[in-house]
Design a binder for this molecule. Structure first.
Ligand SMILES: [Zn+2]
Length: 227
């Protein structure tokens, strides 16, 4: 999400910053039993609750807040996971995501190709939710939302679904190498229920399946909240 306009920029908490670098693949190896990936110096924070290994990336922070020029369009794996897992606002993180009886607030754009008739029921999202104040800024300034049209969604059940990331296999040198996939397949999440591929996946974004959804009038919600 890109929240900028000339002279003013709100940089979402999840946005990657210059100077933050992914760790070299040299630290990736295979588990002693040969059944998946591991880090050679793996620690308890390297896997999520489902046992999936996560990409490491340095963080540039001052007083707990990310610093450095934004790398618009890229998200930091740990910060995306932190907000999506905890259902906190992806822009300010200090606020929990807006939640009312109709559910948590997410912003999306309508698919460019034919959307299923019940869209957005069951849509897979790797855009973490937002608080109402940040959603108001996002719909005014996010270039992607402005270009394709923001759709405000309330989801009563934002179910944990899986992860986006990279599938690995064994290379010719017997080291882990990424499986080459088409551009389209890069945005295909791996469901947590895929026990076969899960051990071979290096996650970089957490994905939720939005269930019990309604499309809502964000402007009206904001006006009501300000009364
Ligand atoms: Zn916020």
């Amino acid at each position: 999400m890109t929240l900028s306009e000339p002279g003013v920029a709100v940089i979402p908490y999840v946005t990657a910053r210059r100077g933050e670098e992914p760790e070299l693949a040299a630290m990736l190896g295979f588990r002693p039993d040969g059944r998946g990936l591991c880090y050679l110096d793996e620690g308890p924070g390297d896997r999520d609750d489902q046992g999936v290994l996560w990409a490491r990336c340095s963080q540039a922070r001052e007083d707990g807040w990310p610093v450095g020029s934004p790398r618009w369009g890229l998200v930091h794996p740990s910060r995306q996971r932190e907000t999506m897992e905890g259902l906190r606002c992806q822009v300010c993180i200090v606020s929990p995501a807006s939640r009312i009886a109709r559910g948590y607030l997410f912003l999306a754009t309508r698919p460019q190709d034919a959307a299923p008739p019940d869209w957005p029921e069951g849509v897979l999202s790797w855009q973490p939710p937002l608080c109402l104040d940040c959603a108001a800024i996002a719909v005014e300034r996010c270039s992607h939302l402005l270009k394709y049209g923001a759709v405000a969604i309330r989801a009563r059940v934002p179910r944990l679904y899986g992860v986006l990331g990279t599938l690995y296999t064994t290379g010719a040198d017997l080291r882990p190498v990424p499986v080459v996939v088409s551009d389209g397949a890069k945005d295909t999440p791996l469901p947590y229920k895929d026990h076969l591929l899960r051990p071979w996946f290096l996650a970089s974004q957490l994905v939720r399946e939005l269930r019990g959804v309604s499309v809502v009038d964000l402007e009206r919600e904001i006006s009501t909240a300000r009364l």
